[in-house]
Design a protein. Structure first.
Length: 529
């Protein structure tokens, strides 16, 4: 069993302590030799901090970390790409700012962190203490570092917008945060002649947050095809560098290599960061899965901030069936994600939606959930919000989930329908104004939250079934009728031939009609055949 860098973002520690490392230094070399000031947007826990640490090691001239390393225990860390290039390994003064810490929950803590960081560099270069503005102190540090070392300065900033994400909805606090960052990083453009390299990471596009409005010379490589694989793990990297990990996990799980790879792909693959649509795996989830020898929702459970839940509560109701396959213009990626009226930017930039396809002629994108981990986790997130609004207790959730498990295992549907009635009985009357569509959306979300293989608006030659539920022992085609009968729903399934497309599947097909009453606000009748 190899060592997996769970939660480790230090390049030095990974290399010297024998942890698995995916070599990204070919792209690092491309960046540093082209020399532009860069901005990169990627979701949380996608390797941005490790990339920043790697860049710091390069510019600090630490060539030994990139050479072949043989550790005392016999572990061999392979020689990395950049060690075979013409990079001169000069030592540059490096200024690093890391805003990824969750402790930055107030302006006072932000000021404390920035001040401590600047003080550290002032002490390093023997600059007298001062209470001047951030911009003046930054300029002074850059000039002094260059004068003392004879080298231009490197500035690295990680997750600049982390605090912005955590104060979504607080307009005044966001305004103050912007002002602090404008003061701190404002000098970077005017000091360009004194800077060797600038690299800034975050979730949201910098130009729309107003923080770097004066720093308009940054090269945004977030959706540039050449850099699609700079963070995350590509399938090529997975089946080569990490093949031993797949083989070991397959053995532990009692699966074949091909089956284990397919399971990992279904759960953690599917991220696309540009028009090239190179499939990228979530690195955090993969590493956790290998480390624990278990498939689970690692990224969603650890990377979903409470601010997102609060944001969902302030947005118009979100229908998962509508956003999984939603089309958007290229301009939608430029919208600020501090607007509750526009969920797409935050859902894409945060990693909950990804690019599924690109229409070059229309310059339009189709977005969707990248994989089952995110799809299921997002449904659970929505369910928890709905359940909270309904003041439902854990018993209701547990009863519904147990009924679903029995339904899945034994093809026994009646107890699940009864549990659904209990759930819908708790839905406040104020939120059912969308009629059939609302109940359809809630039912779909529930199925997804349980990990079901469910298709909404399942297309056929004569129409679309409301829901198709694919179970291990059977396929269920569900049609919902609002203020009508279950028999009418069954009749529609037959007349439009919704079941025909599954005739060769091999699993038995069950047609289910569900009738919802606007008066009762619940399921009043159901039939199956």
């Amino acid at each position: 069993m190899r060592k997996y860098p769970v939660g480790i973002q230090s390049f030095e520690k990974i290399r010297n302590d024998g942890y698995v490392y995916i070599d990204k230094t070919a792209l690092v070399y491309k960046m540093i030799t082209e020399g532009c000031p860069y901005f990169l947007s990627r979701p949380r826990r996608f390797g941005k901090s490790l990339l920043v640490s790697t860049l710091a090691a390069v510019f600090e001239g630490r060539r030994e970390l990139f050479e072949k390393i043989t550790l005392k225990n016999g572990t061999v860390q392979p020689r990395l790409f950049i060690a075979d290039t013409d990079w001169e390994w000069e030592k540059y003064p490096v200024l690093r700012f890391d805003f990824s810490t969750s402790n930055l929950t107030s302006i006072a803590k932000l000021d404390e962190y920035v001040n401590d960081t600047l003080c550290g560099y002032e002490q390093q270069y023997s600059i007298p203490a001062t209470d001047a503005s951030y911009s003046l102190r930054m300029k002074n540090i850059i000039h002094t570092a260059e004068r003392q070392t004879g080298k231009k300065v490197v500035v690295l900033c990680d997750e600049y917008d982390n605090m912005m994400l955590h104060c979504l909805g607080d307009a005044q606090m966001q305004k103050t945060v912007r002002e602090r960052f404008q003061d701190l990083f404002g000098p970077l453009k005017s000091e360009d002649s004194h800077l060797r390299f600038v690299f800034i990471t975050g979730i949201s596009k910098f130009s729309q947050m107003g923080i770097f409005s004066k720093l308009n010379n940054l090269n945004n490589i977030s959706m540039v095809p050449a850099y699609e694989t700079i963070c995350g793990i590509s399938e090529q990297e997975l089946v080569t560098t990490m093949r031993p990990d797949i083989e070991l996990m397959a053995e532990q799980q009692g699966e074949t290599y091909d089956t284990m790879l397919a399971i990992l792909k279904a759960n953690y693959d599917g991220y696309h960061f540009g028009k090239g649509k190179t499939d990228m795996y979530n690195p955090f989830s993969l590493i956790k899965a290998f480390n624990n020898a278990e498939i689970d929702s690692y990224w969603f459970d650890s990377a979903t901030p409470s601010a997102l839940i609060e944001m969902l509560a302030n947005m118009p109701p979100i229908d998962m069936a509508d956003i999984d396959g939603v089309e958007c213009d290229a301009s939608d990626f430029d919208r600020p994600f501090d607007s509750y009226a526009a969920p797409l930017p935050v859902l894409y930039q945060s990693g909950y939606l990804t690019i599924k396809s690109y229409d070059r002629e229309m310059d339009a994108y189709t977005l969707g959930f990248p994989n089952s981990e995110v799809r299921k986790g997002f449904a659970r997130c929505l369910y928890q919000y709905v359940a909270h609004q309904q003041h439902q207790d854990d018993w209701t959730r547990s009863t519904l989930q147990m009924a679903y498990k029995r339904f899945r295992r034994d093809n026994v549907m009646a107890p699940f329908i009864e549990a659904l009635k209990v759930f819908f009985a708790g839905v406040p009357y104020m939120i059912d104004d969308k009629g059939e569509h609302h109940f359809h959306a809630m039912l779909y979300t529930l199925f997804v939250s349980f990990g079901a293989d469910v298709v909404a608006e399942d297309l056929s030659s004569k129409g679309r079934a409301d829901l198709t539920l694919k179970m291990p022992k059977g396929i269920y085609i569900l049609e919902l009728k609002y203020d009508d009968t279950a028999e009418a729903a069954l009749q529609q399934i037959d007349e439009r031939g919704y079941a025909a497309k599954y005739a060769l599947d091999g699993r038995p097909i069950t047609k289910v009609g569900l009738a919802f009453s606007s008066k009762e606000r619940n399921i009043t009748e159901w039939k199956s055949k």
